[in-house]
Design a protein. Structure first.
Length: 408
């Protein structure tokens, strides 16, 4: 039986040019399609796939969904992009354009001015009887000195009438001229704020990506936010019982332990901030003072809960970097402590890549602990999920807005 995830290149061509001729690229793509025996065009409207009649009597299924534009600033990013796209399962881009920038070698001035172009048709088998689904990829490698021209050059390569996505997996999207240029030609942007590391100013700049006053500005997706899905779900489940919901109005302390350095070299700092932003925006908390560095390491800040019975309540927030070998993922643990008449302790902890442990105790509910299967999502899973999002995620936007205000 053929696997749904099996993808293989079926036709490809490569060339170098000192001028990027988009017309020549389209001609080459049409030639590759004609070699398969089908028409060069893949349909008029967007949809999940388009069936075409093969001139040889067979059938072709061509993806007609969206354009994916991805940028690699180094070999790591290039490998991540190609591997993730090759493993996509349920929602494939009609056309993927990968831009790779390379350092300029002054000793090789001839190649520094050239564009390397690689065009490829890929296919994915979707069943034993159905024809394979086919889609295009365009890879353009150029010197970093060409960055200022890339946005205007790739815009004509985006297939018409399809939604355009930009995926920037690296850590240099903040205040990057190429990123800012590409934002202007796409509908949705996908980043990973974990790649910003422990740079508070970089995370704070995430706020600039959200333009609430311009409905035509691209929507933002963040892999760090997707990784937090099981954390949000498990924390919310603590407070499902009506008697435990009362603890929400007496929370006194929130402690979040995050990976100082994740297994891929990034950090859990942004995830910790997003978790605070989610809690605060859902529960109506305000900022009393911005985050301050603690002498012992990490950050702290006082928050203010909405007034009840005429009195507001202060919440002590602590964000603690964990340098232990066990802290290889975004967050290590989240602990919420409630006091007063409705006291309780609620804790979620990740123990490995597949499992999380929750524990809670209140005066009315004795201590209980359970292990939950919560496998960390792969890059291709998160990319596939983001490629099926077209509207705004208000919860994420409110969380990142609160989180970045903490850093001002």
């Amino acid at each position: 039986m053929v696997s749904r995830t099996e993808q293989t290149p079926v036709h490809a061509t490569s060339f170098q040019a000192d001028v990027l001729d988009t017309g020549a690229i389209h001609d080459e793509l049409n030639r590759l399609w004609s070699e398969l025996g089908g028409p060069p065009l893949g349909g008029e409207g967007s949809g999940e796939m388009v069936a075409e009649t093969n001139s040889g009597g067979g059938g072709l299924m061509r993806a007609n969904t969206l354009n994916l534009l991805a940028v690699a600033r180094n070999e790591r990013d290039a490998g991540l992009i190609t591997a993730s796209i090759s493993r996509l399962q349920d929602f494939l881009p009609s056309r993927t354009i990968i831009l790779i920038t390379r350092p300029v070698d002054r000793r090789d001035s001839d190649n520094a001015s050239l564009y390397d172009v690689h065009l490829q048709l890929n296919e994915q088998h979707i069943g034993t009887e159905a024809p394979p689904l086919r889609f295009e990829s365009i890879t353009i490698t150029a010197g970093i000195n060409k960055m200022g021209q890339l946005a205007s050059l790739v815009s004509p390569l985006l297939a018409a009438e399809l939604t355009d996505f930009l995926w920037w997996p690296g850590n240099d999207f903040v205040n990057n001229p190429l990123f800012e240029d590409l934002q202007q030609i796409v509908d949705r942007v996908i980043v990973d704020s974990a790649q910003l590391g422990n740079d508070a100013s970089g995370v704070a700049a995430m706020r600039a990506l959200l333009d609430e006053d311009d409905e035509s500005s691209p929507r933002i997706g963040d892999f760090a936010w997707l990784r937090l899905a099981p954390w949000r779900q498990l924390i919310a489940q603590f407070f499902d019982p009506p008697d435990v919901q009362l603890c929400l109005s007496t929370i006194e302390e929130v402690t979040i332990s995050y990976a100082d350095v994740r297994e891929d070299g990034s950090s859990g700092f942004a995830s910790a901030l997003l978790t605070v932003g989610w809690l605060a925006s859902r529960l109506g908390w305000d900022i009393m003072d911005s985050l301050e560095k603690r002498r012992a390491g990490g950050w702290s800040a006082p928050l203010r809960a909405a007034a009840t019975n005429g009195r507001s309540r202060e919440i002590n927030l602590r964000l603690l970097p964990d340098k232990s070998p066990f802290a290889r993922f975004s967050l290590r643990h989240v602990e919420i402590t409630a006091g007063g008449a409705h006291s309780g302790t609620f804790r979620v902890e990740r123990t490995d890549a597949d499992d999380m442990v929750t524990s809670s105790e209140t005066p009315t509910v004795p201590f209980v602990s359970r292990m939950v299967y919560a496998k960390r999502p792969s890059n291709e899973k998160m990319l596939g999920e983001e490629l099926q999002r077209f509207g705004r995620d208000r919860t994420f936007e409110e969380a990142i807005t609160f989180a970045t205000r903490l850093l001002l």
